[in-house]
Design a protein around this ligand. Structure first.
Ligand code: FES
Ligand SMILES: [Fe+2]
Length: 450
């Protein structure tokens, strides 16, 4: 793809397969993102298990903004800016239940779960224009639910959630994402820019070097060699175990057990391609049988395959990923804490019986990137990140040179960000989002029409 006309955005991506280093640490660039990007995009604000009952609330922080997500008496979910209309005190922290609404700790103004102002002490001492009813309630934030989460957008004029996250939503509908719930939730403080942190998960190019345990002989038999079904199955099982332990349950331990029990019973065809397909079919069916036997809500995994929703990872701009594997999935969320600091969270999602009491997971204390409790696969990803963030500052380094054919998602991501930074209307950016909200691995640089 040719270079684009020069942009008003500093360090813009003018050559699509070259990403300027300043985008990852320059404070002015970071400030521009804070002003033009984050206030205009849909963000995953909380999981719905965090607010199971009427009047439960959870706060969501993005940079210097704080939003209250609250369950109404009718179970609807809405959101408000977390700030008192009197003199600007932040109302609540963390999560909880506002049985009698929100009371400001400073002078005691009160607000209902619907945001309406319900009490101002000594209100007659204020002039009428400061007491107008439509001026003293909490300021609403656009809020919608999808996939077991509440999402917010600080831009009241933003296009709707579903429109903005397609085709991610269509993919995840097939997986019945809303029926997966967290088994655990971890968070990590990474000493790198939020884009750099995400990019470690946006390409497959790094896998063989960074995760040597995923090089499994026999998984893809060499051309011309006879197919060895036993060796193939053994290496499939090793892969499932490595993914299960390495990601602390991205392949759920129960799915690994199902595969172990299934293995001695399957007869595979001699052709390696057909053998792989047959194994996947059998394993999908066995996993679904196991879960349905426990009355878990799970879609037909073979139907998902037949319908073509087989991607191992789907991205949702600007900060969310789902990685579905058999019954379960990992979910990632990234938030900037500063130009060179990121909060990354991982949820392990799995299936539960219909109507089950869903466990409320504690809000995790962020671990350092090198904390020994970090599961092995993200430990390997995290180990490169600080080295990369430091390397970008080298006087000799100007820009990343990315593969136009297999690391294209990085370029598509950055050029969409430039669209926001230039002030392009959100509606006009929807076609670019459609190209981003897909499996990011092995993607080419695309013309996004920007
Ligand atoms: S700042 Fe909230 S009541 Fe005064
Ligand atoms: Fe990785």
């Amino acid at each position: 793809m040719a270079a684009k006309k020069s942009s008003a955005v500093p360090y813009a991506v003018d050559v699509p397969d070259r990403i300027r280093k300043e985008r990852y640490f320059d404070p002015d660039f970071f400030a521009l993102e804070a002003k033009q990007l984050w206030p205009r995009v849909w963000q995953m604000a909380c999981r719905l298990e965090e607010i199971p009952n009427p009047r439960d609330f959870a706060t969501y922080e993005i940079l210097d903004q704080s939003v209250i997500v609250v369950r109404g008496d009718d179970m609807s979910v809405s959101a408000f800016h977390n700030v008192c209309r009197h003199r600007g005190v932040r109302l609540v922290e963390g999560r909880g239940t506002c049985a009698s609404g929100f009371t400001c700790p400073f002078h005691g103004w009160c607000y209902g779960a619907d945001g309406a102002n319900t009490f101002v002490s000594r209100s007659s001492t204020f002039s009428a224009h400061n007491m107008a009813a439509d001026e003293i309630g909490l300021v609403p934030v656009k809020c919608e639910t999808y996939g077991g989460c509440a999402w917010i957008n600080l831009d009241p004029k933003a296009p709707g959630l579903r429109d903005s996250i397609e085709p991610f939503a269509t993919y995840m509908d097939a997986w019945q994402l809303e029926d997966m719930h967290p088994e655990w939730w971890y968070s990590f403080r990474l000493p790198v820019n939020w884009k750099l942190a995400q990019e470690a998960f946006m390409e497959q190019y790094h896998v063989l070097e960074t995760h040597p345990q995923l090089r499994l002989p026999g998984r893809y038999p060499a051309k011309g060699k006879p197919f060895d079904a036993a060796r193939f199955l053994e290496s499939e099982l090793t892969y499932l175990r490595v993914m299960s332990e390495g990601m602390a349950g991205m392949v759920h331990a129960s799915d690994v057990k199902v595969a172990e029990r299934l293995m001695p019973k399957v007869k595979l065809p001699d052709d390696p391609v057909e053998a792989r397909a047959a194994w996947e079919r059998e394993l999908n069916a066995a996993v679904v049988r196991w879960h349905r036997g426990k009355r878990h809500v799970i879609p037909d995994l073979n139907q998902i395959d037949a319908d073509g929703f087989t991607e191992p990872m789907v991205y949702c701009f600007p900060h969310y990923f789902i990685l579905p594997m058999y019954s379960s999935a990992s979910a990632y969320r990234f938030r900037p804490l500063g130009p060179e600091e990121t909060l990354m969270e991982i949820w392990s999602l799995t299936r539960f019986p219909e109507g089950a009491d869903l466990p409320m997971r504690p809000i995790p204390e962020p671990w350092a990137h090198d904390d020994p409790r970090v599961p092995p696969i993200p430990t390997q990803d995290f180990s490169n990140l600080p080295k990369q963030q430091k390397g970008l500052h080298s006087l000799s380094f100007e820009y990343m040179r990315i593969s136009e054919q297999i690391e294209g998602h990085l370029s598509n991501f950055h050029r969409t960000i430039d669209g926001y930074l230039e002030g392009t209307a959100s509606k006009k950016l929807l076609p670019a989002l459609r190209e981003l909200n897909v499996n990011p691995l092995e993607r080419p640089v695309l013309d996004l029409g920007l």
